[in-house]
Design a protein around this ligand. Structure first.
Ligand code: ADE
Ligand code: ZN
Length: 326
């Protein structure tokens, strides 16, 4: 049988990972000390106790507040290095990593500081851990379209380091159409496009991400299941959906992991992948998410291997490299 347990975690690609969401309490306190930043928590345990979220916004409030400790190029390099060491243990062979430049430039950190620091760690990871990487620059959808455009212009000198643009932060009330212009510019510059849609927002936002922004992947997309025509479209075009089970649980998109739509999504023929979103906050890295859905949903070995294959199929790796993993 091919169903025997593999030695170690399945090789996989991580396609939905916010680097700022990998900031563990230990590193947050170390960077706070290094930079003389005061955190509103006395201890790591006290901070950890704040990781109880009612919805996406309550998480985002803490996520943005903790970023105050990230100030220098070394801070961003250390953050990415720590993530890549964890990713290696979790069977991650390739990681497509989001970052939120506006969350840093708004605090007076230059975009070049962010990108150069991350890029330094990513280049080293290829050597040290054999993990290939890509960077995806996200626009904050609760900021203005003008701010996204200014961010894209500020990033122009660094576009050779960036594979795609994305769209994240508070979804409801901020439909994809608001960012039509900056996504068109990104496409003209030869970048791929992705967008968070259908996490807390309605299926209409997934339609817009596809038809107005022309995205190559949908991040989350779990609420697509409420619209049969949308599911048919996503299946027909094999649009990848980067699903994040532990995130959905911790942000109360689902009440119980046993009720997660992942099995129904697979049955519908969607190109679904499993990812970790903000692992420091949601209690699990890439393979922890695989294990959690295996245990809660009773997924068998063949299904887990299908999810791992999907992660490479859905990646922005070039075709020959992708083929080597399939
Ligand atoms: N930023 C970081 N994690 C996010 C998520 N799950 N949804 C939207 N924006 C985010
Ligand atoms: Zn996300």
């Amino acid at each position: 049988s091919t169903d025997r347990p593999a030695a170690g975690p399945l090789p996989k690609a991580e396609l939905h990972l916010h680097i700022e969401g990998t900031l563990e309490p230990g590193l947050a306190f170390a960077l706070a000390r290094r930079n003389g930043v005061r955190l509103p928590y006395a201890t790591e345990d006290e901070l950890r106790r704040a990781y109880s979220f009612a919805d996406l916004q309550s998480f985002l409030d803490l996520y943005y507040a903790l970023m105050a400790v990230l100030r220098t190029e070394d801070d961003f390099a250390d953050l990415a290095h720590a993530y890549l060491a964890r990713a290696k243990e979790q069977g991650v062979r390739h990681a497509e990593i989001f970052f939120d430049p506006q969350a840093h430039t708004a605090r007076g950190v230059a975009i070049g500081t962010v990108i150069d620091g991350l890029a330094r760690a990513l280049d080293a990871a290829e050597e040290t851990y054999g993990i290939s990487t890509r960077l995806i620059m996200c626009f904050l959808r609760d900021e203005s379209a003008e701010s996204a455009l200014a961010t894209f212009e500020a990033a122009r000198p660094y576009l050779h380091r960036i594979t795609a643009v994305g769209l994240d932060s508070a979804e409801v009330g901020h439909p994809p159409v608001k960012f039509r212009e900056v996504f068109a510019l990104a496409k003209e510059a030869g970048l791929k496009c992705v967008a968070h849609a259908g996490e807390e927002g309605p299926p209409a936002y997934v339609w817009e991400a596809l038809d107005v922004l022309g995205v190559d992947r949908i991040d989350h997309g779990v609420r697509s299941m409420e619209d049969e025509r949308l599911v048919a479209r996503l299946v027909a075009d094999q649009v990848p959906l980067t699903v994040c089970p532990l995130s959905n649980l911790r942000l109360r998109v689902v009440d119980d992991l046993a009720d997660h739509p992942l099995p129904a999504m697979l049955d519908a023929g969607l190109l679904v992948t499993v990812n970790s979103d903000d692992p420091a906050y949601f209690g699990g890295y890439a393979d922890d998410n695989f294990t959690a859905v295996r245990d809660a949903l009773g997924l068998d070995g063949a299904t887990l291997r299908r999810l791992a294959r999907n992660s490479f199929r859905a990646s922005f790796l070039d075709e020959p490299t992708r083929e080597r993993y399939l």
